[in-house]
Design a protein around this ligand. Sequence first.
Ligand SMILES: Nc1ncnc2c1ncn2[C@@H]1O[C@H](COP(=O)(O)OP(=O)(O)OP(=O)(O)O)[C@@H](O)[C@H]1O
Ligand SMILES: [Mg+2]
Length: 311
Amino acid sequence: MIKVEHLTKKYAGQTAIRDLNFEVGKGEIMGFLGPNGAGKTTTMRILSSFMPPTSGRATIAGFDIFEQSLQARAHLGYMPENVPLYSDMRVTEYLNYRAALKGIRHRRMAERVGDVKELCGLKEVENKLIGALSKGYRQRVGLADALVHEPDLLILDEPTIGLDPNQIRQVRELIKNLGKQHTILLSTHILPEVEMTCSRVIIIHKGRIEACDTPENLLGRIRTAGGVTLEAKTGSDDGAYELKKIPGVRDVTVNEEDGWKRFSLRVEFGGDVREEVFRLARDRAWDVRELTAHRATLEDVFVEITHSDVE
Ligand SMILES: Nc1ncnc2c1ncn2[C@@H]1O[C@H](COP(=O)(O)OP(=O)(O)OP(=O)(O)O)[C@@H](O)[C@H]1O
Ligand SMILES: [Mg+2]
């Protein structure tokens, strides 16, 4: 559905994205992750024909985004980072206007606009001025706009930014449902959101793709297999010093509260060090009130990849 080849964009000599290559298959929900300034918005704007790349090419549904931009755009709904909305238009009026711009015939317009209002939960605000809507509702208008011409591909640039937790849940559900019938490229900073909704994930860092895989494979790939938490009173022992000697423990951090030390152990991939930790605590006669292991999350993967080369 999307094919990107050697895509590069320079702004006034500064390279924002560098030789990107990836494909998004029909029906996929692809997560697009990266720290601030990584190049996500730049890539999405190029794919939406808002600006040309410096070099490289991309196709949408087989159409070149610049040579066949009209055909490519007919397949694509784009929700930009900052949804540009006309604040003095009413919701229905705005969606009608956008539908007309996108070439929807007058006789189909009422039906289409009605459908997207229904889908995005906009019925109760349809007659309100956009300027009077809350942030969450404005985001929904942006999403309805992206959907109104029935594209089979959606490019969503941080659709949940600035929303409260309830609204985030609602928009996430909406995206999941849309994913049943649409191909989606979704950028976000909320990693649990990606684990819950995406079939594959691209991690971009300083304009380069560092990883492109399923969330499960990414989790399997990183060296740290999550961590172990130990809460103990270690008497005259340092604790961290002894714990670090256990094979498989990469590093240990400590927080102390009310005489209890809370140790966070990062461990090597594939090992479970809890038995060793227990034996150590027993041998050293430490009081223990917690010993738990937790799996690596996508956040661990993200930190591992994007902090690996701190300059
Ligand atoms: N119009 C512009 N002119 C010059 N440089 C730009 C412009 N837009 C973006 N950049 C630069 O390109 C790089 C990539 O920016 P981009 O907006 O694509 O990042 P992003 O991944 O979307 O970040 P964020 O998570 O903050 O939205 C940054 O270094 C940014 O400063
Ligand atoms: Mg951005």
